[in-house]
Design a protein around this ligand. Structure first.
Ligand SMILES: [Zn+2]
Length: 190
């Protein structure tokens, strides 16, 4: 499979979401030929760092096939050690040059972070990563906090990772933010 620049990858994602919105999915690259092609290697053209929410399905919403997206999912699309490490792998080893950090409307993780309180040690650990967005959002509305949370995660990819920061500064990599509207399927790509 061909390698794409960040700009080409961005355009491919935009076009794929357009097809999704128009109920015109191609669904290409999901067959035996694609599986065979990818048996020994992968060169995904974009990283999608998004929430685990079942309504947020990047391969469908961007109409992509197997091997095209390197999807890193965790509730609240937080940038912690594990998610940053996963993205570093795609950037350093697979040549992926576009990183999309994508939040969404009605995010349960964001709502839980706003509500506060103790739930479980693991959930409390996760939600702690969303608290900076809760504190720094201009607007207390959960969707506004979710948008702020995307910014926080995108910033952390740069501040916490030498590999990602270097790739952006010197090697053609780009980080963009996105916001998904599950009710319509629309993805705002910034
Ligand atoms: Zn969510």
């Amino acid at each position: 499979m061909e390698r794409l620049t960040a700009e080409e990858a961005y355009e491919r994602l935009r076009a794929g979401n357009e097809r999704f919105l128009n109920d015109a999915l191609e669904g290409a690259g999901r067959d035996e030929a694609r599986r065979r092609l990818l048996a020994q290697s992968q060169h995904p053209f974009a990283v999608i760092h998004c929430c685990a929410d079942s309504r947020v399905a990047p391969e469908i919403a961007f109409d992509t096939g197997i091997g095209e997206l390197f999807v890193v999912r965790v509730a609240g699309n937080v940038a912690n050690r594990s998610t940053i490490a996963s993205i570093e792998y795609a950037v350093a080893n697979l040549g992926t040059r576009l990183i999309v950090v994508m939040g969404h409307d009605n995010c349960g993780a964001v709502a839980a972070a706003i509500a506060g309180g103790e739930i479980s040690p693991s959930l409390d650990y996760l939600l702690e990563y969303i608290q900076p967005a809760v504190r720094s959002s201009d607007d207390p509305d959960p969707d506004a906090v979710a948008r702020r949370n995307v910014q926080v995660s995108a910033e952390r990819l740069v501040t916490e990772s030498d590999i990602i920061r270097e790739a952006v500064a010197n090697d053609g990599a780009r980080i963009v933010t996105a916001f998904y509207h599950p009710a319509t399927g629309q993805i705002e790509l910034v």
